[in-house]
Write a protein that binds this ligand. Structure first.
Ligand SMILES: Nc1ncnc2c1ncn2[C@@H]1O[C@H](COP(=O)(O)OP(=O)(O)OP(=O)(O)O)[C@@H](O)[C@H]1O
Ligand SMILES: [Mg+2]
Length: 398
């Protein structure tokens, strides 16, 4: 640890001076470059726009910034630079320091102040190193905060699901039997009582359709209550995917969907409840199919992989369930449909969240799927692609 700090203190830096006063720039340059040099890369810009260009094209870690440039005055300069280059350490070099301006500059992203004429190369070196360290901590803190926020919202989500799931399955149990009676009754009436009146027949047909739909919802809800009962066996995931494709064959044919397959050979078998994972795959395939106009394309990839060092492929809530370097099998389902609006992407796993209400959507497909995968210690990630469509990734431990 101590050694590292020492090393860090003598490491030559990559610096840009943004200063339109040539004399001030010269002074800084000699402090940074005269042996023993503080900087190994030194760029000098005399306007904000030229500084931005240099920063875009070079690996610079620290900017020494004058706030009175020909094309940008005052703290605006800090805002512009720190927004564009959030990892850059910024030190203000000013002729006249004022407390108010100083504090504002710090709150806008600068790390410290240099007062022109009041420092030598020793002080400059020290301030630059301290600023770099402060910036590094700030970035780490920000990242930790983001992860915490994401984990918290996913925790809330999973608690919410437990409550909704528990409640819903209780209600579903109670409603299922009376509903079955209504369904049998109305089916019997339609079959046995041949009425002459078309209106009566239409009413009966409507009742049966409504009851059928209610039954689909109730069955979906009951899934929550049986989610603890799993029958896991070692199974080839390619077979499960193929079985699931057979189950949605009708919808694929009807919508003239081109299914493209890219399966790796000799994948390790997975310990899964085949029926449940089939249910997950059918949900995701159906979501993909209905998101596309006719003649769409679904690409299914199955391949082995390993979890990366920073586990960036996993959602925050699942990072602790996997270890870096862990072997996994990934099933990707990639569509070219209409995608998910950005402001709704965080809701898609909520029970009853659907953008297809009124056209057959209940909003349980993904929340049930997520539960099933959680029970398998597997993860699911659904993202919009850069071009049109959505990619769903199921990540199974092997
Ligand atoms: N591949 C996809 N393309 C576009 N939107 C999607 C896709 N997958 C999911 N969504 C969005 O997520 C929502 C929730 O999906 P989910 O499967 O949970 O419910 P649903 O499909 O609406 O209803 P169901 O309960 O019948 O599955 C969808 O309504 C849709 O808005
Ligand atoms: Mg669905």
């Amino acid at each position: 640890m101590n050694k590292n700090i020492k090393k860090d203190f003598s490491r030559p830096l990559d610096v840009i001076i943004v200063e339109d006063n040539q004399v001030d720039a010269r002074i800084l340059e000699s402090m940074l470059m005269d042996p023993p040099a503080i900087a190994k890369t030194l760029k000098i810009a005399n306007t904000l726009s030229s500084a931005i260009k240099i920063l875009e094209e070079n690996e610079i870690e620290i900017a020494i910034l004058d706030l009175n440039l020909p094309d940008s005055k005052g703290v605006e300069t800090i805002v512009e630079i720190s927004n564009r280059f959030p990892k850059l350490t910024i030190v203000i070099n000013t002729g006249a320091y004022e407390d108010e301006l100083g504090l504002e500059a710090l709150s806008l992203g600068a790390q410290d102040f240099l007062l022109k004429g009041k420092y030598n190369s020793y002080v400059l070196n020290k301030i630059l190193r301290y600023c770099l360290e402060r910036k590094r901590s700030e970035i780490e803190l920000k990242q930790a905060y983001e992860t915490l926020k994401e984990t918290q919202s996913q925790l809330i989500q999973s608690e919410k699901m437990k409550v909704v799931g528990g409640l819903a399955s209780g209600v579903a149990h109670e409603v299922k039997n009376p509903l079955a009676t209504i369904l049998y009754g109305v089916t019997y009436l339609i079959d046995q009582v041949k009425l002459d009146d078309d209106n009566y027949n239409l009413v009966l047909k409507n009742i049966r359709e409504a009851t059928d739909r209610a039954n689909v919802i109730i069955t979906g809800l009951l899934d929550f209550s049986t989610l603890n009962k799993f029958n896991k066996v070692e199974y080839d995931i390619v077979d499960v995917v193929e079985k699931s494709l057979l189950l949605v064959n009708y919808q694929i044919d009807k919508n003239i969907i081109n299914v493209v397959k890219d399966y790796e050979n000799n994948l390790a078998p997975l310990l899964i409840d085949v029926i449940r994972i089939e249910q997950v795959l059918v949900n995701i395939l159906l979501n993909a199919i209905v998101s596309m106009d006719k003649s769409g394309r679904v690409l299914i990839k199955i391949y082995s992989s390993v979890i990366s060092k920073n586990k960036k492929e996993l959602p925050a809530s699942d990072k602790d369930n996997f270890i870096a370097g862990q072997k996994v099998v990934i099933v990707e389902i990639d569509d070219v449909g209409n995608g998910i609006p950005d402001d709704e992407i965080n809701n898609i796993f909520d029970p009853f969240y659907t953008s297809r209400r009124g056209i057959g959507g209940v909003g349980l497909g993904l929340s049930v799927s997520k539960n099933i995968l959680e029970n398998h210690g597997a993860s699911i990630v659904i993202k919009n692609k850069v071009d049109a469509g959505v990619i769903a990734k199921l990540i199974f431990k092997t």
